[in-house]
Design a protein around this ligand. Structure first.
Ligand SMILES: [Zn+2]
Ligand SMILES: [Zn+2]
Length: 326
């Protein structure tokens, strides 16, 4: 499913199975999650997609062929491909363990073709083994929603009461991590979205309500997954002095100005950019231990445009996943 120009729609085209380099693996795609970032790329909100492009960076695939230099993976192995497709390993950021900030990094489904396809190519050093208990469609949302959700939570420290603004694919996984760790989650949704609030309570959230209303009690941290800048001052007001607000998305509408006192009291506001392989390894181990379950809504690959549209309009709870027929 090919993106040829900003705005889309994706077009169903037939292309040859891609060739691989020495360090790559050719994967047969088993499932690929649909992420909000895909919508930002589709809408032309991110600066440099390489068009025409195959979107998709939550890929579960099995190795079909391995390049000559690949020793760690073998034909038939099941792996996950995340957003970080490659980093240089040499720059200042890479050398200090911040490969997520590498200025030369390349991202899956953005600067090279991703997983809205029957086959894809990935650098063997940047793919992860997956918890065996999870079915393909259940594992796919872990690779961005789960992983970025985990990094967002990690950067909030060991907060006990954690607000989740925007209860979609990422938050529904973070809520399960919090429950597993004995911490309390508070879900903030679009005003009046009682279906999602119900869904959040079903996953163990201590409270669920409208994002525009006050929190039921002061929070220690708030994680923002909805791409709405207006949530930033709301979340800062919901956290106690010393509290942390982390923006987990790659794109957000402008943040309205707010008085300094909203930030004062040593509140911290920060963003999360991308992921490191360390995040991936840690999170996927935790996902197995905690028995995380993604609520996956499967669409056939050819219905990718419908899946994106349903995500845009909040027509499902949990995560959409494309499943190619073969
Ligand atoms: Zn680098
Ligand atoms: Zn993503």
């Amino acid at each position: 499913m090919l993106l040829e120009a900003p705005g889309g729609p994706l077009r169903d085209v037939e292309r040859p199975v891609p060739a691989i380099g020495f360090g790559d693996v050719l994967l047969r795609v088993r499932a690929c999650g649909v992420c909000r970032t895909d919508l930002h790329v589709l809408d032309g909100e991110l600066p440099d997609p390489v068009l025409p492009l195959v979107l998709g960076h939550e890929i579960v695939g099995t190795v079909e062929r391995a390049g000559a230099n690949v020793t760690r993976l073998h034909v038939g192995d099941r792996v996950g491909v995340p957003w970080l497709g490659w980093a240089c390993g040499r720059c200042r950021f890479c050398r200090r363990g911040a490969e997520n900030l590498c200025p030369y990094a390349r991202f899956t489904g953005y600067q090279h073709d991703g997983g809205y396809a029957q086959y894809t190519v990935a650098d063997a050093d940047f793919v992860f083994p997956l918890p065996p208990a999870l079915a393909d469609a259940e594992a796919a949302p872990l690779l961005c929603a789960g992983l970025i959700g985990y990094r967002t939570l990690r950067l909030a420290g060991d907060a006990e009461r954690v607000g989740l603004y925007g209860f979609g694919a990422a938050a529904h996984l973070v809520a399960q991590v919090l429950r597993h760790q004995g911490r309390r989650a508070f879900a903030f949704t679009r005003p009046g979205d009682t279906r999602t609030q119900e869904f959040a309570r079903g996953l163990g959230c201590a409270w669920a309500g409208d994002s525009t209303g006050p929190a039921p009690e002061p929070l220690d941290a708030a994680l923002i997954f909805a791409p709405d800048g207006a949530l930033v001052p709301l979340a800062l007001r919901a956290v106690e002095p010393g509290g942390v607000v982390v923006c987990g998305g790659i794109h957000m509408s402008p943040i309205p100005s707010f008085p300094y006192e909203t930030l004062w009291g040593e509140r911290v506001l920060r963003s999360v950019a991308n992921l490191t392989r360390r995040d991936g390894t840690e999170f996927l181990r935790l996902a197995g231990d905690a028995g995380l379950r993604a609520e996956a809504h499967a669409y056939p690959l050819a219905r990718a445009n419908d899946a994106l549209d349903d995500l845009r309009h909040g027509r499902f709870t949990g995560a959409a996943v494309l499943v190619p027929g073969h």
